[in-house]
Design a protein around this ligand. Structure first.
Ligand SMILES: Nc1nc2c(ncn2[C@@H]2O[C@H](COP(=O)(O)OP(=O)(O)OP(=O)(O)O)[C@@H](O)[C@H]2O)c(=O)[nH]1
Length: 531
């Protein structure tokens, strides 16, 4: 048996054959009707479109035979490919090259073969061939028909390639369009979150506003975004800024309601989503039940088919997390990459919000420090004077300024110690505050000296009643300090606001009344309404 040789251009030929993309494709009507036609016109039982591949010949179309490929070494068509010309064998038993070929000695018992090369771009890809089980001849006009049909087969091959290329191009364009749309959505979500945050400094509404489109971007069924809060001596917790409503029973509905009306915090982070926070890593699982940190889902909760947990970081530290669930087909690294610009943005916003809150807190602490007396927490001299001036400006007359000074306070310090003196000052301050009205002003002007403004509206009777009560609660001490009991009294001077009075006028009149109270023996109130 003569073995077929590979043609000189075999590598390039094979590349061209592969590029068409016909090998191992399904049966195709457009090729099958050609082999059927050839068989019927030439009245030869078998017609094949054979493509000669690396080590085999594979039939794109076969008529009158069932096999779909044979080895290349025994293939008649491989000889056509070697010689790049038509091969006609009228009786294989009389041809020493094929007499002992297994396709002659065994099925399909070839006695007659005529194969015309399928030439595309100068490469012989295979043949259009006809086969008979008995010897025969092929008149010239029939050979011509076979050759013409071979050209049609080549045209079909070219058309096939063009259609495939077009399909691939369309698929690529669709893919690119899909990518472009996703990229746009991604940028839009970043802009939207930043804009809303800049407008109202509210991370909750920034998260809520982008959430539905975020779910769409990642193709998930449900999810949430939460901010991490770190606490001294306690584990961190997650405050939910947005969560899909998947409530399934009364308890979960109540939780969802709580999220809407106030805040919903997840304190237990020993679970699948908590790992994104605690380990500061992305969690991808397409088999959540098998994940080492899976703690299952509550009864009635929708089944978790897959889960993606993304930490929201700033400067490498976890500020929050996003969780997504049930993407058809599961999650992959590509989802993390799509989400990274958004998670970076949210991490930054959370950080900005935390910094702003810390700044506001520090500012209000500073304000307290600047306006309050550290021992008694009453207004200090400066703040009392400022507040007083405001009230005096607002109401022209009738308010009452009281200067109050503890009697012989030095002796308390001397007898019981400075700490006891401090305790007395705090106690008296608290008592006075308890017995004044909400709108009255009370300040510590310094040492054991206090000032009170009984603000409008105030009438004679109530002013007298308030003063008498103050005088009484101070005089009714003793104040317990450790095992000791300390008695204290106070002297006070009052000044009634007349039209046109400045604060200094009132202060000096009240001071004069106080001086009088001290001079008259202490433990008394002098000045208008003071008796
Ligand atoms: N424990 C304590 N003592 C203070 C504080 N501020 C001032 N003092 C003391 O208050 C005392 C005030 O003494 P004086 O001004 O002589 O007045 P007084 O002893 O109350 O006598 P009269 O006002 O004349 O009745 C001084 O001994 C101060 O050291 C404070 O914040 N804590």
């Amino acid at each position: 048996m003569l073995l077929p040789q590979a043609p000189k251009d075999e590598a390039a030929r094979q590349t061209r054959l592969d590029a068409i993309g016909l090998l191992d494709t399904d049966r195709s009507e457009r090729f099958d009707r050609l082999t059927k036609l050839v068989s019927q016109i030439l009245e030869i039982p078998i017609a094949l479109i054979s493509l000669v591949d690396h080590n085999r010949q594979w039939f794109k179309s076969k008529h009158g035979i069932d096999v779909c490929e044979t080895e290349r070494s025994i293939s008649f068509c491989a000889h056509v490919v070697s010689n790049q010309e038509t091969l006609l064998i009228t009786d294989t038993l009389k041809d020493p090259r094929f007499v002992d070929n297994p396709l002659v000695t065994g099925a399909p018992y070839i006695r007659f073969y005529a194969g015309v090369p399928l030439i595309l771009d100068g490469f012989t890809l295979g043949t259009l061939c006809v086969i008979d089980h008995k010897p025969r001849t092929l008149p010239a006009h029939q050979l011509q028909i076979l050759e013409l049909m071979a050209r049609i087969v080549v045209d079909e091959c070219q058309l096939w390639e063009l259609i495939k290329q077009h399909e691939q191009q369309t698929a690529l364009q669709l893919q690119q369009e899909h990518y472009r749309q996703k990229k746009n959505l991604q940028l839009q979500l970043i802009n939207q979150a930043q804009k809303i945050f800049l407008q109202n400094q509210d991370v909750k509404s920034a998260c809520s506003d982008i959430f539905d489109e975020l779910l769409e971007l990642i193709g998930s069924q449900f999810g949430f975004i939460g901010q991490v809060f770190h606490q001294l001596d306690k584990p961190p917790f997650l405050r939910i800024h947005h969560i899909t409503d998947i409530s399934w029973n009364a308890l979960s509905r109540a939780m969802y309601q709580q999220y809407h009306e106030s805040t919903l915090d997840f304190h237990n982070l020993d679970n699948l989503f908590g790992q994104a926070v605690l380990s500061n890593t992305e969690i991808i699982t397409n088999d959540p039940a098998q994940h080492p940190f899976s703690r299952g889902v509550p009864e009635g909760h929708p089944t978790l088919h897959c889960f993606l947990g993304i930490p929201l970081r700033h400067a490498g530290q976890v500020k929050g997390m996003m969780g997504f669930a049930n993407k058809p087909g599961g999650y992959s690294q590509a989802d993390i990459e799509w989400l990274t610009p958004i998670s970076d943005t949210l991490g930054l916003l959370f950080h900005a919000r935390n910094s702003e809150e810390a700044r506001l807190k520090a500012e209000s602490e500073l304000k307290v420090l600047a306006t309050r007396d550290p021992l008694t927490s009453l207004f200090n001299r400066r703040a009392f004077i400022d507040q007083c001036e405001e009230r005096l400006e607002a109401v022209a007359e009738g308010q009452l300024l009281v200067m109050l000074d503890l009697d012989h306070f030095k002796q308390i310090n001397d007898n019981y110690g400075h700490a006891a003196g401090d305790a007395v000052l705090r106690h008296i301050s608290q008592s006075m505050q308890d017995h004044l009205r909400q709108q009255d002003l009370l300040g510590r002007l310094g040492g054991e000296e206090f000032a009170i403004l009984l603000t409008a509206p105030i009438n004679h009777e109530s002013a007298e009643r308030i003063l008498a009560r103050l005088h009484q609660v101070i005089a009714e001490s003793p104040i317990a300090f450790g095992s000791q009991e300390i008695s204290v009294t106070a002297s006070a001077g009052t000044a009634l606001q007349h039209s046109g009075d400045q604060l200094d006028d009132l202060l000096s009149r009240a001071d004069a009344s106080l001086y009088q109270a001290k001079a008259e023996g202490r433990n008394r109130i002098c000045g208008p309404l003071g008796q």
